[in-house]
Design a protein around this ligand. Structure first.
Ligand SMILES: [Zn+2]
Length: 385
């Protein structure tokens, strides 16, 4: 119904005695034009009566028609989840034959190099586009104060990058860059004697590790350590080595401290042996600090801005989209978020698939267009239908 017809209808309905003959016709004679007009009014009156309950003067109240069809509902989202948006975190150990279920991360495994290609194969066949690698050194005595094993050329991450580049040439391979999996103290850098982070030495070391991963063939290096100035240091080294044009630098710009990383630390064996990470990861209430860190990392040469965790920090994702509006925004739906959804679904609180979609669509709505998610294998299946 057009706006003008509707106005006529409402005017007609509100007229007193609108069933009376048309007294404006000369001599009360019913002409053919009058008859047509009365039929049309009768139709209008019927349609108006049907809709008058919900029309309260403003036509903008009528929304349902816009999303009655499933496809029309999908169109309401600015971004719809696609396989290309998903990045799957993988834990690669230095024990080549390991294939170990991670109890706190349902369905996820820690694997050695000999199991990696086979683990990925069915997911690649379903459309897996990218992974992010985390090294898990298990060999006794391999951890030290400098995290020497992080860029061991025979270590799990560098070996996995080389292996996956050969096995799956079209797979986008990101490598998380940090020292906490490799340091004896479990912190994300090199420490002063008093246990605090030595930022300068840490940045130097972490940028070397990033270079080793980039030179091994990683498409993306992603420093998660939160030392000040590491994005600039890595970018400068990439430029100096002549490989900045082919390596994406994804900054964990807004990584918050909190209790959602427990299952990850189980999986990666990276819990700090003393203290916590609150002096370098952001405080959960620190929205302004996150905005400053995002602004800083853009200026230092980041190619992607990452927010972590995701569902408790949708405002930060939205801020990142506003501040870094010309860049891709990634969100890490972390281990604790994933484990919570599994636990609640198991307890009958909700359906696992429905909640996985709701959580991830919320992350996209906030502004992310890349989601690092343990649900990636599930989504590859769910998105088929
Ligand atoms: Zn770390």
């Amino acid at each position: 119904m057009s706006w003008s017809t509707l106005l006529n209808d409402v005017t007609y309905r509100d007229r007193p005695n609108n069933n009376a003959p048309n007294t404006t016709s000369p001599s009360n004679t019913i002409t053919t034009a009058d008859a047509r007009s009365q039929i049309s009014r009768a139709r209008s009156y019927a349609s108006t009566a049907a809709t008058s309950v919900s029309i309260s003067g403003d036509i903008s109240s009528q929304l349902h028609g816009g999303y009655s069809h499933p496809l029309a509902r999908a169109w309401q989202a600015e971004r719809q989840l696609t396989k290309a948006m998903l990045m799957w975190p993988l834990f690669v150990t230095d024990n080549p034959d390991e294939e170990e279920i991670i109890p706190s991360l349902p369905g996820q495994k820690r694997v050695g190099l000999n199991k990696l290609v086979a683990l990925l194969q069915p997911h690649i066949a379903r459309g897996l586009k990218s992974v992010i690698l985390f090294g898990v050194p298990l060999a006794p005595g391999c951890k030290d104060a400098l995290g020497t094993a992080a860029d061991d050329p025979q270590g799990p991450v560098i070996s996995a990058i080389r292996l996956l580049r050969r096995a799956y040439p079209r797979l986008f391979i990101a490598a998380d860059v940090c020292l906490c999996e490799y340091t004896s103290h479990g912190h994300c850098g090199i420490l002063h004697e008093d246990g605090s982070l030595n930022n300068a030495l840490s940045v130097d070391r972490i940028s070397d590790v990033a270079m080793a991963y980039a030179e091994a063939g990683a498409h993306c290096v992603a420093p998660s350590d939160m030392n000040d100035g590491r994005i600039r240091a890595i970018k400068l080294k990439l430029i100096e080595a002549g490989i900045a044009h082919r390596v994406n630098l994804m900054s964990y710009a807004a990584k918050f401290s909190g209790c959602l990383y427990g299952p990850f630390r189980d999986a990666a064996g990276s819990a700090p042996s003393f203290g916590d990470r609150r002096c370098y990861q952001l405080p959960p209430g620190g929205r302004g600090l996150a905005r400053r860190a995002i602004t800083r990392d853009i200026a230092e040469g980041a190619d992607i801005i990452l927010v972590k965790p995701a569902t408790q920090f949708l405002d930060i994702i939205s801020d990142a989209k506003e501040i870094a509006r010309d860049m891709p925004i990634a969100a890490y739906h972390v281990s604790g978020e994933y484990a919570m959804i599994h636990a609640a679904a198991k307890a009958g609180v909700f359906d696992l698939k429905t909640m996985a979609f709701e959580a991830t669509e919320g992350i996209l709505r906030a502004g992310a267009n890349i989601v690092i998610s343990y649900f990636t294998p599930n989504f590859l299946e769910w998105l088929e239908t």
